[in-house]
Design a protein around this ligand. Structure first.
Ligand code: SAH
Length: 219
């Protein structure tokens, strides 16, 4: 268990690290400060919650590094009017940060046990503007489309066409793309009336975007 003092000290240290890594948006830093990362981790990893590193979560997946969460959120340019889709909800941490910045968040995850855990955490934090669905997110969420913003936290070889189709004109999508686990770039897509604009941001390493809902043992 983490004490209040440890949380306060850890949060200060993390915010300092994020600032040093180029996260300048005070709304994002504030959202991170108000969202306890240890809450999204198994007990065994909670004392490392404030380190700027990815950590294991259930189903062999990972919670991203906080500075990557922050930089992706910054690139997404979320405003309080935005309806956001996140593909790869995992622990629910990134979705919780988005929910503090956006009007509504729709998050998709292919592992049922992760969805159950994430829902419980989101409820405990009293974040009422998030909905989480067990489904293959590469197909998008057609009932709720179109979206102002789309964020993928799993890497595809190419931006999924169905997700681009579910992005509003003027909308922004941020995602890791790459052919392998080792070589991926974070890219930002802006859908303009004239077409799609691409911008490469930084090199990253994410788990792959996989098809279909996962068959988890004991589920
Ligand atoms: N954003 C998460 C990080 C999760 S890692 C967090 O804050 O904790 C990426 C997640 O994407 C994994 O949980 C993985 O199961 C999920 N994923 C991979 N392919 C997917 C797909 N097609 N649809 C939905 N989720 C997918």
């Amino acid at each position: 268990m983490i004490t209040e003092d440890q949380r306060a000290e850890g949060t200060m240290r993390l915010i300092y690290t994020l600032r040093s890594n180029g996260v300048t948006d005070s709304r994002i830093l504030d959202a991170i400060e108000r969202t306890p990362r240890e809450f999204f981790l198994d007990r065994a990893f909670q004392d490392r919650a404030f380190d700027d590193i990815p950590l294991p979560i259930a189903c062999g997946q990972t919670i991203s590094q906080p500075s990557i969460v922050a930089l992706m959120t910054q690139a997404l340019e979320v405003t309080p009017r935005c309806k956001v889709l996140e593909v790869g909800c995992g622990s629910g941490y990134q979705a919780a940060i988005l929910a503090r910045l956006a009007r509504r968040v729709y998050a998709m995850e292919r592992h049922r046990p992760l969805v159950r855990q994430a829902r419980a955490r989101i409820e405990a934090l009293a974040l009422s503007n998030i909905q989480i669905l067990t489904a293959d997110g590469s197909r998008g969420w057609s009932d709720q489309a179109p979206f102002d913003r789309i964020l993928l936290t799993a890497a595809a070889e190419d931006p999924p066409k169905e997700l681009i189709a579910q992005l509003k004109t003027g909308g922004i999508m941020v995602l890791p793309v790459g052919q392998s686990d080792e070589m991926q770039q974070l890219i930002k897509i802006v859908k303009t009336p004239q077409g799609i604009e691409y911008q490469e941001l930084i090199d990253v390493r994410f788990v792959p975007l996989l098809p279909n809902v996962a068959e988890d043992v004991g589920d």
